[in-house]
Design a protein around this ligand. Structure first.
Ligand SMILES: [Zn+2]
Ligand SMILES: [Zn+2]
Length: 155
């Protein structure tokens, strides 16, 4: 009687373990297919990923993770948009001038160059307009802006 029970128990354990592995295997395979779809539009690669996801179990998925394209299509797209933004010329109609340090076109009102980070002006504390670093007083609203920054650094 005890032996039979032990056998049944063993069978149950094996069934549970196998079922667990099968569920894990299928989940991993579906994950691989979905991941491949996000990374490529090529049906060939998706099919290849599907095969790898299922066979050999687990090892195939591992191989897939090693050979898959490093970026998803979303990532590729946002990278392209970022590059586009960097190359974009300044807005139309905004007065621009070349940066005195790196020569790139920047807006007239900028107090520093966003590309090379050179500061060549500062903001008036009174009217918020851009002032040259050497000015001690704002010519627009007559606010004293303190000692010129250039003289301070010279000492
Ligand atoms: Zn610059
Ligand atoms: Zn001012």
């Amino acid at each position: 009687m005890l032996l039979v029970d032990l056998g049944t128990l063993l069978t149950a354990v094996i069934v549970i373990v196998v079922a667990y592995l099968v569920v894990l295997w299928l989940a991993l395979a579906f994950y691989v297919v979905r991941d491949a779809r996000r990374r490529t539009t090529s049906p060939g690669f998706t099919l290849f990923a599907m095969l790898l996801g299922f066979v050999p179990p687990f090892l195939g998925a591992l191989i897939y993770f090693m050979v898959r394209p490093p970026l998803t299509m979303e990532q590729v797209r946002s990278l392209a948009i970022e590059e586009q933004a960097l190359l974009e010329p300044p807005l139309e109609g905004v007065p621009t001038r070349p940066c005195p340090t790196c020569g790139r076109e920047i807006e007239q009102e900028f107090i520093l160059c966003p590309y090379c980070r050179t500061q060549f002006a500062r903001r008036c504390t009174g009217c918020d307009r851009s002032l040259r670093l050497g000015w001690g007083v704002c010519p627009y609203c007559a606010t004293e802006v303190g000692a010129p920054a250039l003289a301070r650094t010279g000492r």
